[in-house]
Design a protein around this ligand. Structure first.
Ligand code: IPE
Ligand code: IPE
Ligand code: MG
Length: 254
């Protein structure tokens, strides 16, 4: 896989929020907001690729979202199925690999079938990656990872008492996916809502007031520009992470 362009976040994760409020502002049913939100998903996938972002993770349905009114849940599942059926060919054409995080086996049969077929059709791509968080929650992810890790210890594949982050992280849904560099949440809410809590340990966070159906390529580009002005220190001092001036200078011939 080619390295990410310098200073462009390799992995952007988005909490797509505000569909319901977008619809309410217009006197429309909530589902109309979700329908428009699907169009924003399509344009954002293209925008991310244009900007050189190699991993895009979209929070599409949380483990807690099942508790919404039944008709909203079923409309969201219908939209997911519709989106996948319509987009699978475009993903193939654009060399985008589709992956998921979350307990997808608990999704209804219709969207699950489309999901599996789109993932299968795109599994050999490496350059562009779309990760859909579906029936996802960080706490269930941790519980599932703990069960899998315990089973691995029992089977002798891991050693008890020697857990490390690098070993444990192989049992998360995100195994093999780099941590997000930039996390964006739309709609003005400033919380994580059980999304990638561990993986975002050092992500830069940007909270945009824009409601998800109104989120554009310009908004994504602005978030990337803000990210480029942040100094990521990872626990070090500013002096330690700043490149020394000589590193910028072209070699001078003696
Ligand atoms: C985000 O929009 C979509 C999902 C959570 C599925 P919301 O439906 O949460 O919109 P608001 O927060 O009610 O405006
Ligand atoms: C988070 O949004 C989940 C998704 C965007 C899929 P919510 O709208 O469900 O989050 P809360 O309830 O406002 O925290
Ligand atoms: Mg919301």
């Amino acid at each position: 896989m080619p390295p990410a362009s310098p200073n462009i976040p390799n992995h952007v994760a988005i909490i797509m929020d505000g569909n319901g409020r977008w619809a309410k502002q217009r006197g429309l049913p909530r589902i109309e907001g979700h329908r428009r939100g699907v169009e924003t998903v399509r344009s954002t996938i293209d925008a991310a690729r244009d900007l050189g972002i190699h991993y895009l993770t979209l929070y599409a349905f949380s483990a807690e979202n099942w508790q919404r009114p039944a008709e909203e849940v079923s409309a969201l599942m219908g939209l997911l199925e519709f989106f996948l059926r319509r987009e699978a060919r475009t993903l193939v054409k654009n060399h985008v690999r589709l992956q998921t995080i979350g307990r997808i086996e608990e999704l209804p049969a219709g969207p699950l079938k489309e999901l599996k077929s789109a993932m299968d059709a795109t599994r050999h791509f490496t350059e562009w990656n779309l990760v859909l968080a579906l029936n996802y929650g960080s706490r269930t992810e941790l519980a599932d990872a703990a069960s899998a890790y315990a089973a691995a210890v029992a089977a002798g594949r891991e050693k008890a008492g020697e857990a490390s982050w690098s070993a444990l992280s192989r049992y998360l849904y995100t195994a093999g996916i780099p941590d997000p560099d930039l996390l964006i949440r739309t709609s003005g809410e400033t919380r994580l809502s059980n999304f990638l809590l561990m993986q975002c340990a050092y992500a830069e966070m940007i909270f945009s007031p824009v409601l998800w159906p109104d989120f554009t390529k310009a908004e994504l580009a602005a978030a990337v520009a803000e990210y480029q002005h942040r100094e990521r220190r990872f626990g070090l001092t500013s002096e330690q992470v700043q490149p020394r001036p000589t590193e910028h200078c072209p070699a001078i011939n003696p």
